[in-house]
Design a protein around this ligand. Structure first.
Ligand code: ADP
Length: 570
């Protein structure tokens, strides 16, 4: 009946835990697992990173174009008038070249008067300047009118001539702006031009832009992320790594084979390897491509790490959940078992109270009726009444002490006590009962035990409990040994018997409240399961502890260890 109630309680518990906690938690973990799996399968983290890379590249390309256009516009506005005499034109163009050292040459072409080309002296010699001038003249003589017409139709009257050309130092990339002047009358063919220094592009122009673009790299500062906009949608994994810097490269796009062997410019931290995302540049840098990647890592590695971390978190969560579940289950199991022990306790105690009371009443009534005539018989009855009432008060004392301990209200009255005398008197009051029950008492108290500060009554009660147990749980060999001795800095009080003993598995539990072992003899013996828990509480309150050594069928030895006040004085 009892066990059925218990298993019902357990079943209800498992059901409640299952429905209220485990099922939702498992579902959540499973859904998350599937989600992470799908992110992994569809390479969503990489896709997000690549999309943002694309965005950075688009912005980068725009910035490059607008910077090149801006620089060209600036010189275009400073160009001399087409009607200036040649020497004035030359002087003004010379000024422009000096002010803008990033142009290898600038020129002004007029179909009527020809071309005036001003080189950057330290970048281009007379001969090269002359050849270039001739090349432009020949071209514009043929197509100048057409070009002017084209330029007039553009929002900005600038077009670009970009590509690689053979120079004395090998193949170099440069770009030249060719522009018209809207203020010049429509039918006149007048063109200006400025050509960027390939070295300047390689060493200043691109690196500066790279720095601008890569310095505001992936960050975990939310405000910055917000400002940058393009990082708003970055997967958390990337944002969470503030040192995930970007690296960029510019290289000739049309050189298909081994194009990365000769990049035009790379940002610091590029290392080696291919860009993750590339973008073909248009005018003014037609023929070039822009590439981007992370410094020292790849989107794939970040994604892998993110997925791995997510799985790890899910695994930890699952383990925690299972751990929590096991703990809860065990603690509830304990409560259920405790509840059972309590109910056993109530029935045991009522039984224990009833039996001595019934005996006392029976013998007192018999005596009262005056039927007992012999003094010997009377003495026997008196002794039974005394013994039973002693048992009763011991039990009631145990229960009272226990309830005080449970309520946290148990107080001890520590006083300097001659503990040897305390043990002796306590045993004296039991000696008769011990001998009556046929026990051989072996008492050994070391001489010279110093006085100790203890609660007299509590220590006596602990001893009485141990002695009572020894008497209760002995069947064949009736022996009771009590020893009081010093062991270094400890005072030891030993109570041993040669009784039924205690199974090894149960030895640690007998000190728990209400606990009684499974031995059949124990079940036939009255008891509340409180005695040893009181003994332990009392010894611990004195700064000591209680231990048991026992072999089933051969007996038990309980040892109280109490600390001696000052070992050096003894
Ligand atoms: P009880 O009122 O049942 O004796 P205790 O707390 O004193 O309660 O003891 C708890 C249990 O420990 C007992 O029920 C018994 O099973 C076991 N026990 C205690 N002392 C002894 C002993 N000397 N020999 C064998 N078993 C013992």
């Amino acid at each position: 009946m009892k066990s059925k109630r218990e298993s019902n309680a357990r079943f209800r518990l498992v059901l409640t835990l299952g429905l209220a906690v485990v099922l939702p938690a498992l579902t959540l973990i499973f859904v998350n697992y599937q989600h992470v799996k799908s992110i992994q399968r569809d390479k969503k983290v990489e896709a997000l990173i690549h999309r943002d890379f694309q965005y950075v590249l688009t912005i980068g390309a725009k910035k490059m174009a607008s910077k090149a256009y801006g620089m060209t516009e600036e010189v275009r506005h400073a160009f001399p008038s087409v009607d200036d005499p040649d020497d004035v034109k030359r002087k003004k163009l010379d000024q422009i070249v000096q002010k803008n050292p990033w142009f290898t040459h600038v020129f002004l072409y007029d179909a009527k008067t020809g071309i005036v080309l001003e080189p950057q002296r330290d970048l281009m010699n007379e001969k090269e300047a002359d050849e270039s001038g001739k090349m432009y003249s020949a071209w514009f003589n043929l197509e100048g009118g057409y070009l002017c017409g084209q330029l007039r139709r553009k929002p900005k009257p600038i077009m670009w001539m970009a590509g690689e050309s053979q120079r004395s130092n090998g193949l170099v990339y440069t770009t030249t702006a060719i522009f018209s002047f809207p203020e010049v009358a429509g039918d006149r063919v007048v063109l200006g031009g400025a050509s960027f220094d390939p070295n300047y592009l390689k060493e200043k122009f691109f690196p500066q832009l790279f720095e601008e673009l890569t310095s505001q790299s992936f960050t975990n500062d939310p405000e910055q992320v917000h400002e940058q906009g393009f990082l708003e949608l970055m997967p958390k994994a990337a944002i969470e790594h503030p040192d995930q810097k970007l690296a960029m490269i510019v290289y000739p796009a049309d050189v298909l084979k081994a194009e990365l062997d000769r990049p035009l410019a790379i940002s610091p931290g590029w290392g080696s390897g291919k860009p993750e995302v590339t973008y073909k540049l248009d005018d003014p840098f037609h023929g070039l491509a822009l590439g981007i990647k992370f410094q020292g890592t790849t989107a794939e590695a970040i994604s892998r790490r993110w997925v791995w971390q997510s799985f790890l978190i899910l695994a930890v969560l699952s383990v925690l959940m299972i751990g929590g579940l096991v703990l809860t289950y065990r603690s509830v199991n304990k409560q259920v078992a405790l509840a059972r022990l309590k109910s056993d306790f109530v029935s045991n105690v009522s039984h224990e109270l009833r039996t001595p009371l019934a005996l006392i009443r029976l013998y007192a009534e018999t005596l009262e009726l005056g039927r007992i005539t012999t003094q010997e018989k009377k003495n026997e009855y008196y002794s039974i009444i005394r013994k039973e009432s002693e048992r009763l008060s011991a039990l009631i004392n145990n229960i009272l002490d226990f309830s005080r301990i449970e309520a946290g209200a148990k107080e001890y009255d520590f006083r300097e006590t001659d503990i040897a005398e305390l043990v002796r008197t306590t045993l004296d009051s039991y000696r008769y009962q011990i001998e009556q029950q046929g026990f051989a008492l072996e008492e050994h108290i070391d001489p010279g035990i110093p006085a100790v500060k203890v609660d007299r009554e509590a220590i006596a009660r602990a001893l009485v409990n141990l002695v009572n147990n020894a008497l209760k749980y002995s069947d064949n060999e009736k022996f009771l040994g009590v020893r009081l001795y010093r062991d270094q800095s400890l005072l030891k009080l030993e109570v041993s018997d040669r009784g039924i003993g205690i199974d090894r598995n149960e030895q640690s539990r007998i000190f728990d409240k209400f606990y009684r072992t499974c031995d059949p003899l124990v079940h036939n013996t009255k008891g509340s399961g409180l005695g040893l828990s009181l003994v332990r509480h009392i010894t611990r309150a004195h700064g000591g502890d209680v231990e048991v050594e026992s072999t089933p069928g051969r007996g038990s030895k309980f040892t109280l260890s109490l600390p001696l006040p000052n070992p050096s004085t003894t």
